[in-house]
Design a protein around this ligand. Structure first.
Ligand code: FE2
Ligand code: FE2
Length: 392
């Protein structure tokens, strides 16, 4: 019992001694080792190490660690600092010191490297954003402007009742709109007059493709059957019309009354087209085919104005908006006249596509695959070699 008490006392003494002052650990540990033959030594050393580490952590956080090792480190840093200061002060009389010139040069190099890295990063970001902005777009056309300059208005003769209904509706709509806006094909318009007409018509023209795509999408979900490739073509048409609108908006900003008129027109036309497409999709595609014939006629009139000596002739030299140059991938020096030529080619394509879709069965596979860019001279007829179901 006495031996056990002696061993316990020695262990306790050694532990407290090591916790109080780390530098006395060796002595305490030595006397403990002598007194207890080893087993208390491990325990004492372990406590000392744990305590030392804890103090160092405290010191690292607050900078006020009282342990011997941290105190030594602080002293060493202070001595090195004062030696460096003395060296810099000695060199100061000879002008710019080596130390300062080295630090300034390294600071400049560091700033330059940071600038370069930042420029490279922002350049990469801009390129990535441009790529992603482009990737937002569906397929969009690129024309040989010399070829599409020769697009001429065309007309498909109505052959069935639905054709006459569609054609009659388009003619009535055009007549009414022309009356309200005071437009005649014989009268020249100013650039503002043309832009207001284009902008209003494009807000309407972007509706049918989206409605058709949406309803075919829903039909596919509802009937658990595939769509046969129509949806993407219709969505491309809707986006293409919206790009016409956004491009013309770069040239003129409409006022409040105009915006209200657009709101009313969309409310009426969207609902009317939606219901009509549910009843007879083929009549709706024929309606769009005839509507686009009229659009080709209107843009041809605008080009005639641009090539004449009226107020719109300034568009022959006015640079096209950057948005248009990027979208139609036109040359950098493209003009608004080139833009109108590209838009007219788009309208001819829409007429070509919609007249063809109208003659097809609703389950017949779409011949206009993604990336299809062929525009036949007689664009109101189906593509060469393709026979729609209702033309057999
Ligand atoms: Fe358009
Ligand atoms: Fe169109």
């Amino acid at each position: 019992m006495a031996r056990r008490a002696t061993k316990g006392d020695a262990r306790a003494d050694a532990r407290w001694a090591s916790l109080d002052v780390a530098t006395t650990t060796t002595t305490t540990r030595g006397s403990t080792r002598a007194a207890t033959r080893g087993d208390a030594t491990a325990s004492t050393r372990g406590d000392a190490v744990r305590r030392y580490r804890a103090m160092c952590v405290d010191g690292a956080r607050g900078g006020a660690c009282a342990c011997a090792r941290c105190a030594d480190a602080r002293g060493r840093r202070a001595r090195e600092g004062s030696r460096a200061g003395a060296s810099t002060r000695r060199d100061a009389g000879r002008g710019r010191t080596f130390a300062s010139s080295t630090s300034e040069a390294s600071a400049r190099a560091s700033e330059q490297a940071q600038d370069e890295a930042s420029e490279a990063a922002s350049g990469k970001l801009a390129a990535a954003m441009a790529r992603s902005a482009d990737s937002y777009m569906l397929f969009h056309p690129q024309y040989d402007l010399r070829q599409v300059e020769n697009v001429k208005p065309a007309h498909r003769q109505p052959r069935h009742v639905r054709d006459y209904v569609a054609y009659g509706l388009v003619q009535f709509s055009r007549w009414s709109f022309d009356k309200v806006t005071g437009y005649t094909p014989k009268k020249s318009l100013t650039t503002d007059g043309w832009l207001m007409r284009f902008i209003f018509l494009e807000t309407v023209a972007g509706v049918p493709g989206m409605v058709g795509a949406m309803l075919r999408h829903m039909m596919s979900l509802r009937t658990l059957k595939r769509d046969h490739g129509w949806i993407h073509t219709l969505l491309e048409e809707a986006e293409n019309e919206r790009m016409h609108l956004l491009t013309f908006l770069k040239l003129r900003e409409p006022g409040l009354m105009f915006r209200l008129a657009v709101l009313g027109a969309q409310g009426v036309f969207f609902n009317a087209f939606f219901l009509s497409y549910l009843i007879s999709p083929r009549t709706c595609h024929r309606f769009v085919g005839y509507l686009e014939e009229e659009a080709v006629r209107t843009y041809t009139h605008a080009l005639h104005d641009i090539d004449g000596d009226g107020p719109a002739s300034e568009w022959a030299t006015t640079p096209a908006p950057k948005l248009a140059i990027k979208y139609w991938r036109m040359p950098d020096d493209a003009t608004v006249r080139d833009l109108i030529i590209a838009v007219r080619a788009d309208e001819a394509s829409h007429s070509h596509v919609n007249h063809t879709l109208s003659s097809m069965g609703i389950r017949q596979a779409n011949p206009f695959h993604v990336g299809h860019t062929e525009l036949p001279e007689n664009f109101v007829e189906p593509p060469a070699g393709f026979v729609p179901e209702h033309c057999r």
